[in-house]
Design a protein. Structure first.
Length: 416
């Protein structure tokens, strides 16, 4: 019995917010309908009929969670509250306003207002106030009773607005703190903080290999010398890749960067060095030579690290773990595209409708769908994009996700 209850509880917590709200309101209107039938032996007013219809409607809405359903759900709650205000013949009953506030709170929690919280609440106050006045005249409320209802509605929704804005201000403060903490834009240094010293030791060994190659060449052992030189070059290139990325946090000044070289070193550092990923993920680089951008290495590395890590994680469990990285030269910008065929974005976003990372309210709040995620990674990315005057979009493809970073080429385009 306990296990069954636990499983049911886990299923409930795993569904979307709008689905939970729908189940609660289905239960609420079911009890309301039963009470109405007991009190009146039938449906005595439109609100009783609306309650019965609402039970079915909310049960249907609870079967899925997407933007259309969320808007419909909130609209239904607001309409039901207005119907309740219109049919209410008792000036002391405040249930319609509570129902209205729940609908508005649900809309705010599901970020349906966007940046129009004030406009939406003002419109709701005007419409509800007009309904209160008209309904009061129809039901014969005194002037004082109508004024009291209007006063309660304005104060109640005003407090709701303050609560909304207080949470928004709190989130903004939290974002500012996280942004300040991420101001140095240090990549996540997976290989530890002693990478520079370790690489220095390796470079000494590489110099030894080159010395041996020279000795072998002078001794006439050309084949052995060539092999030593080949492995020396290969080891030196790998060391340079590790050093290039691991010390990126120390490079905040503007520098001209070869895109093809940077992306090759980034992929090596974050994937090929990883024993668990090296032979599981295939990175396809389509990066023409002689594409350069003037940028800050610490900032661009934060962006690329986040995209590559997300792409790697999204392909986990898929048969084809492949990631494509392409670059395209535009007039004044370079476009870096990273695409995979793994899990899609957890929002109901149709292919071909990209999300602007810098402008999206979701990312600005620093939220994360990853278990235990804080959203700090995207806060870092947004900060880096702002520093570089770059743009980034994320969109669902028919299969997988495509991330595109548009970075200015010239020195003047990057804010100091």
């Amino acid at each position: 019995m306990g296990r069954g209850t636990e499983t049911l509880s886990n299923k409930f917590y795993s569904i979307g917010l709008s689905q939970k709200i729908s189940y609660f309101f289905a239960f609420f209107f079911f009890l309301n309908t039963v009470q109405h039938l007991i009190d009146y032996s039938g449906f005595a007013d439109p609100f009783g009929i609306a309650s019965a219809v609402a039970v079915v409607a909310f049960l249907l809405l609870a079967q899925a969670d997407n933007v259309v359903i969320r808007y419909f759900q909130v609209t239904l709650l607001i309409l039901l509250s207005l119907i309740s205000v219109w049919t209410n013949d008792d000036p002391s009953t405040l249930t319609p306003f509570i129902l209205l506030s729940i609908g508005l709170a649900a809309a705010y929690k599901m970020t349906l207002f966007g940046r129009r919280t004030v406009q939406v609440l003002f419109s709701v106050v005007i419409i509800t106030g007009a309904t209160v006045v008209a309904a009061g005249m129809i039901h014969g409320f005194t002037m004082l009773q109508r004024v009291n209802l209007l006063n309660f509605m304005v104060v109640y929704l005003g407090l709701l607005f303050i609560i909304f804005e207080e949470e928004t201000l709190s989130l903004k403060k939290q974002r500012d703190v996280l942004t300040a903490q991420a101001s140095e834009l240090q990549p996540f240094a997976e290989l530890g903080t002693n990478v520079a010293g370790l690489v220095h030791d390796f470079k000494g060994d590489v110099s030894g290999i080159y010395a041996l190659a020279t000795i072998e060449r002078l001794s006439g052992n050309t084949e052995t010398a060539e092999k030593l030189s080949y492995y020396g070059e290969r080891l030196n290139d790998r060391i340079q890749s590790v050093l290039y990325v691991a010390t990126a946090g120390d490079h905040s000044e503007l520098e001209e960067i070869d895109l093809a070289e940077m992306l090759r070193r980034v992929v090596y550092y974050f994937v090929e060095v990883n024993r668990d990923l090296k032979h599981k993920i295939d990175f396809q680089l389509d990066t023409p030579q002689n594409q350069y951008i003037t940028t800050r290495r610490n900032a661009i590395m934060v962006i690329l690290e986040n995209i590559i890590k997300n792409s790697v994680e999204a392909t986990d469990g898929f048969a084809e773990r492949k990631v494509w990285i392409t670059t395209e030269q535009l007039d004044t910008h370079v476009r870096i595209s990273v695409e995979h065929r793994g899990r899609q974005l957890p929002w109901d976003v149709k292919p071909g409708k990209p999300i602007d990372v810098r402008k999206s309210g979701y990312f600005l709040r620093g939220r994360s769908f990853k278990p235990g995620g804080t959203g700090l990674g995207m806060i870092n990315v947004i900060r880096a994009l702002e520093l570089l005057d770059a743009e980034m979009t994320i969109e669902n493809c028919p299969v997988g996700v495509r991330s595109i970073v548009t970075h200015p080429v010239s020195f003047e385009k990057i804010r100091r």
